[in-house]
Design a protein around this ligand. Sequence first.
Ligand SMILES: [Zn+2]
Length: 363
Amino acid sequence: MNYHPLTHKCRIYPKDKQIKQFEMTLDACQFLYNELLNQYKVDYKNNNIPYNLINYFKMVIGQAKNNYSSISKLNDSTIDDVLNNVIRAIRLSKDPYKLKAKDEKIRVHSFLLNNTKNIELIGNILHLDKYGKFKLHYGKTIEYNRVISYKVLYQNKKWFILITIRSDNIKPFPKTGKKIGIDLGLKNLVVLSNGQKYDPPNILYSNKKLSKFNRKLSSKSKGSRKYEDIISKQNSEQFHRKNIINDYFHKLSTKIVKENDVIAMESLDIQDMLKDKRYSKNIFQANWHKLVYMIKYKCELYGKIFIQVNTRFPSTKLCSKCGYKYDDITIDVRTWECPKCGEIHDRDVNAAKNILRKALLKN
Ligand SMILES: [Zn+2]
């Protein structure tokens, strides 16, 4: 069985004193992040960056701990997490010198604690080191002996604990003997090679609310209290919409993985998609990779086979029965008849069938 860490997100309601402590830790993390980045920029400018970035930063962290008591009070795993974030940002940027320090606008909003003897989870009560006790608001019981780490997260004015657990010993889903190809679309979010179609999640109401906020914003002066008030409502509605989409994706991906043993999808080139203006406009297209990711890791988790095929192959234009390539299909053609074998195709189901066939050939 493949290993894949699983994360549970639990809402908590910290007391004022605990919030203060969380905020102090977040401030210290942010301070450390900026210290590491600043030192890196100085050394980068002077060509002083050694090949081994981790050793380099361990040295910088050692100095920061000596100089600042707020940093020396941080837990080792919290510091390592900040370090990983800095290194990730540096590796992703073409010009590290242009990397921005965290400030009021882009704040550090989470910190990590590895599972140690100072942390104890009994039922839904978490004793989190120096931060004290919290009641986790979560539907399931999490097995303490499988916890890897805890992450405190401040998001949309709410506090959460993300609990990451080892996923070994998870029972695989029973075998069904079924193989399926999936075509992702806009009108139907998911079309399966067996003809089943799934609509996108219903976010019409949420979208309406968001555009209403946008209209309201245009009449308020930037920075005013009313303006900030609308921004805050807008953020929380966006958060809500994201939850609707995530929830729908989770249910759909679990259903598909449960019902099938082999699942084939197209590989999505996110970079290419983002470059293409048509794509980034639609929220579902922007979220496709999330659905692919969920199906992929659930296959790994529950003992199913996931195969991705190259996007460049013309899944819509090939007849899935005889293999004839029909070049005249335009984007608005929903059904077509194969000129060679006479088979009548639903455009998306045919594409899903081709994706499955290509995937099975590949393996
Ligand atoms: Zn045909």
